[in-house]
Ligand binder design. Structure first.
Ligand SMILES: [Zn+2]
Length: 158
């Protein structure tokens, strides 16, 4: 895969939000970061790092990619900057990131799907697909699919 193809790969998998963030639309990890594994770029499986590589070139050893928007699922290269681990810790402390857990739905950086994902899960369920196939299709766990279709999670999405 070339750098141009990598940029296309990233562009095709984001949703632009009103705040200008480009939220990763595939799987997120437990910390809320987008997950992406591209065989030609094995140095990372985090979507925001891959995006930084795609738009700004490789990341020097030991540097972390920081979000100016403090939105872990955002992969907008304009919101990403390089720093040391120490700078990153100071940065999160400044922003008092802890408050984020009170948000619901897709505002919550811990969630692994967005509102469109929820609607897609419900549509696929109506078409008779099994929960594990839906999970594979949407990029989330079978457990989450079950929670969505039974209305125990994301009931506020219409
Ligand atoms: Zn952002």
């Amino acid at each position: 895969m070339t750098m141009e193809e990598l940029r296309e790969y990233v562009r095709a998998r984001v949703r632009i939000t009103p705040s200008g963030c480009r939220n990763w639309t595939l799987c997120l990890d437990k910390d809320g970061y987008g997950r992406a594994f591209v065989a030609s770029f094995p140095e990372t499986n985090r979507a925001h790092r891959l995006s930084r590589i795609a738009f700004h070139g490789s990341i020097s050893d030991g540097l972390v990619v920081m979000h100016s928007c403090d939105n872990p699922q955002c992969v907008n290269p304009v919101h990403l900057s390089l720093g040391t681990q120490l700078q990153n810790i100071a940065d999160s402390r400044d922003k008092e990131r802890g408050g984020a857990y009170f948000y619901s739905g897709q505002e919550n950086p811990k969630c692994v799907i967005d509102d469109d994902g929820v609607r897609r899960i419900r549509t696929l369920k109506r078409s008779g697909m099994t929960h594990s196939r839906i999970g594979a299709e949407v990029g989330c766990s079978k457990t989450l699919v079950t929670l969505v279709v039974t209305g125990r999670r994301w009931a506020h999405v219409i």
